[in-house]
Ligand binder design. Sequence first.
Ligand code: GLA
Length: 373
Amino acid sequence: MNEKDYEYAVSAAGRINIIGEHIDYCGGKVLPAALSLKNTVYIRPNGTDRINISWTTLPGTVSLDIDGLESYKGLKYGSYQAGSAFVWQRAGHNIIGCDMLYDCSIPFGSGLSSSAAIEVSTIAALATIAGENFEKVDVALKAQQAEREYIGVNCGIMDQYASACGKENSAILLDCKTLESQYIPIELNGYSLVITDSKKPHSLVSGKYNERRAETEEALKILQRHVKIDCLADMPPAQFEKYCRVLEGSVRDRARHVIYECERVRLAVAAMKAGDMEGLGDLLNRSHQSLSKLYDVTGRELDALAGAAREHPACAGSRMTGAGFGGCTISLVKTGDVEDFKNYVLKRYERETGYAAECYDADISEGICVKKL
Ligand code: GLA
């Protein structure tokens, strides 16, 4: 591939979520950060009424008719692109015929939001080649719509927002109820975040994800008969304890996770600002426990991986990041001991589960970047 054959390189980032899991769709505050692992789209106009898509890592080309973008839902490859283009066009934006080459350094299915990065970079690239200025937040919202309506995952806004609006060396404290956000510098006081992929293949993720979301909606509906709240995140823990008896079984467990995870985000931001890494690590551990026991989205592998991490003396805390059901953990580890930590965890995890996990080296980086070639 020769960059010079294209007019622009437009990229969007993968992400980790430091804390605040499965609460974005409940109006909670989350703390994601964009990664240097990213999807880059090389794009040039082609003077036709088609979008031609190819990949640096896959053979073949997929050609989309600009006037029939709603009809590509079943594609094995290319449906994220078609859905993103469709939603952008439906919002009144001009789409021009173009060639798009995808180069993705985010491992697929790892829970680091390769799909959000593909959606966000697709829209940003299409807008750029059509000569349009765009707001990153607007791109994130349209990308989320594509994921929900075209792909069928009823997701929150966290992934697309982080992928579009991330900032170097900063986490984003994003209020998912209001979309107000604040950048929080990632200063970890001698510690580093280590990303480890459990390599457990994802299966049935979208079904289980949508099911969890439906359970939280049911909890909200029942609680609203008793208290005046717009979303679960509005409810402080003490109030929840007073009313939780109106909920039953797993619906109560899901709601309990959401209420206390919101509280943990608040505490984690305070710990980060105070440089209290033991405190932050403890919150990561408690978040994972809650996702395992109350929200039931971790599974044997992620529990084993986070458990192995916690056994290492240089690790302050570890948790799954993203939707769960496989994917990655993040661990807070003393910087000087990272290599020893990785060796220990990879061996220990493989012995327990049979999967060869992998650690990814990534920096905290920018969201959308547009480069004229
Ligand atoms: C997925 C979704 C996000 C969020 C996380 C869980 O990554 O796309 O919206 O709900 O799961 O926190």
